[in-house]
Design a protein around this ligand. Structure first.
Ligand code: NAD
Length: 473
């Protein structure tokens, strides 16, 4: 499904006209402070702390009702909010912006994930329960601004917490509007405002204020390497959902047509913005040509080496003192047709992915490019493919995929990669319950080890002991 850009613009213009500008205070600065919108970290944390004090007096059933309000808005208003996110961030695909909000509303795990453990013996009972931390400070990425807030909010509130979000500056408007809608409905139906707070003009300074605030009990960051490092240096407990560069291995036993369909589905979703998305493919040499044929049959468009070179000269730039390769912002999350045009090729409308052969040293292999161009690299054999997959995953231990019918190869790669997510014979998103088993979250905490975050991730363990009594058996 492709959306007409003019249609998007007119829907968003209409929505923004209805929303109107932020309310202005007498000093000319926006006032904020209602329904979760704040202009400084301290006020936001104070309000979120007050909301937490109110929430802790409420029942689990009330928490569930609050979450259900977020789910309802996320599902019913997914189109309007998804298109607003597309218009503001200008990365990804409108249909997927919409779908991400809907699926997070439907599938984010709720209070049922809070399990109590019990030990019963001659010395009575010990009950281990999951308690909230309090106010959580969250940082969200531009790749999924409101979706990350939605998933985080459901999990964090299910755990009994409230949250202050410092969103990516390029997704701040949709973040504020989504949060405003959630809070307005929660305040009206449940009588608590500011359960989710957002800093409407986020900066690195406001992020650091949030990290340092004494009433922020826990930090959860979703983003690239810099924010992960900043969170870990904050001196607070941090849950870090960091970057990836997910490799795919295809061995000689794979079902090539299925592999091609899965690779296209995963790598083109939201124009490759997902941290779990297929970023480079290593194919055993003896079946390399068959795999390329299968990719073309499945609808991807192959670029030749000159076209890849032309695309690379525009889409990969040198940054930093050491002049390392990085993805050019103008091409991140753009349509395959835009990449093709940069390569000097015109592709049929609806083309979701362009791909081509490169060697392993190509920047599209090593850089987390977040674009719907996928490099395919020849490997001597499966061991060579796994070794390259390991090398170019850069030790993030995030996500890896294999297409194979050989259980031994699957096992070998799984052990070697040591990633949080490992998918066999499916697209990357199947690992998040989208076409596979399991549940959904957009914060996958690899570096700090919590994995795909759930409400339990945002809780403290507490033990309550009864000595020598109440074991009634
Ligand atoms: P980014 O790192 O540029 O920004 C992420 C957030 O961190 C933004 O809100 C940004 O303002 C903030 N930030 C950046 N540097 C900071 C610092 N020094 N101190 C405080 N805050 C800082 O990333 P992005 O482009 O928005 O998102 C894409 C990245 O996020 C990719 O690397 C992707 O893999 C990763 N990601 C990971 C997950 C996951 O679950 N592991 C999910 C989504 C995205």
């Amino acid at each position: 499904m492709h959306f007409d850009e003019n249609l998007i613009r007119s829907v968003v213009a209409q929505v923004l006209a209805e929303v109107g500008p932020m309310p202005a205070a007498s000093n000319g600065k926006p006032a904020g402070g209602q329904h979760g919108i704040f202009y400084d970290a301290a006020s936001a944390v104070t309000a979120a702390r007050r909301a937490f004090e109110q929430l802790r007096e409420r029942s689990l059933a009330d928490r569930k009702q609050i979450i259900d309000i977020i789910r309802r808005i996320s599902i019913e208003q997914c189109e309007e909010l998804g298109l607003m996110e597309m218009e503001e961030t200008k990365v990804g695909r409108p249909e997927h912006k919409i779908e991400k909000l809907r699926t997070l509303g439907e599938l984010s795990p709720g209070v049922e994930f809070l399990e109590t453990k019990c030990f019963s013996g001659d010395h009575g009972l010990a009950i281990i329960e999951r308690a909230p931390f309090g106010v959580i400070g969250a940082i969200t990425p531009v790749t999924h601004s409101l979706p990350t807030i939605t998933g985080n909010a459901v999990s964090m509130i299910a755990g009994g917490n409230t949250v202050v979000v410092n969103p990516h500056p390029s997704g701040k408007r949709v973040a504020a509007e989504g949060v405003r809608r959630f809070n307005e409905a929660i305040a009206a139906e449940m009588g608590i405002d500011n359960i989710i707070c957002v800093i409407a003009e986020p900066t690195l300074e406001s992020a650091n204020e949030l990290f340092a605030h004494r009433d922020v009990a826990l930090i959860c960051v979703t983003g690239g390497p810099a924010v992960g490092r900043a969170a870990l240096n904050s001196g607070k407990r941090a849950i870090v959902a960091g970057p990836g560069n997910p490799p795919v291995v295809v061995d000689e036993t794979a079902d090539f047509d299925n592999a091609a369909r899965c690779i296209i589905q995963g790598a083109s979703y939201d124009n490759n913005l997902l941290c779990i998305a297929e970023k480079e493919v290593f194919v055993v040499d003896s079946v390399f040509d068959k795999m390329m044929d299968a990719m073309r049959r499945a609808g991807a468009v192959q670029l030749n080496s000159e076209q890849i070179a032309r695309l690379t000269s525009k889409a990969i730039v040198k940054v930093g003192d050491d002049k390392h390769d990085a993805a050019c912002k103008d091409f991140i999350g753009r349509d395959a047709s835009v990449l093709a045009e940069a390569a000097g090729v015109s592709v049929p409308s609806g083309t979701e992915l362009v791909f081509g052969e490169t060697d392993e040293h190509h920047p599209f292999v090593s850089v987390e490019q977040m674009m719907p161009f996928l490099p395919f690299v020849r490997a001597r054999d499966v061991d060579h493919a796994i070794a390259m997959a390991k090398k170019y995953e850069h030790g993030f231990r995030h996500t890896a995929m294999i297409h194979s019918r050989n259980v031994h190869n699957m096992t070998k790669m799984g052990r070697e990669m040591d990633t949080t997510l490992y998918v066999k014979n499916g697209p990357s998103m199947a690992s998040l319950g989208l076409g596979g088993e399991g549940y959904l979250s957009f914060s996958i905490a690899g570096p700090t080890g919590e994995g795909v975050t759930t409400p339990a991730t945002f809780t403290r363990e507490r033990r309550c002991s009864m000595i020598d009594e109440l074991r009634v058996v």
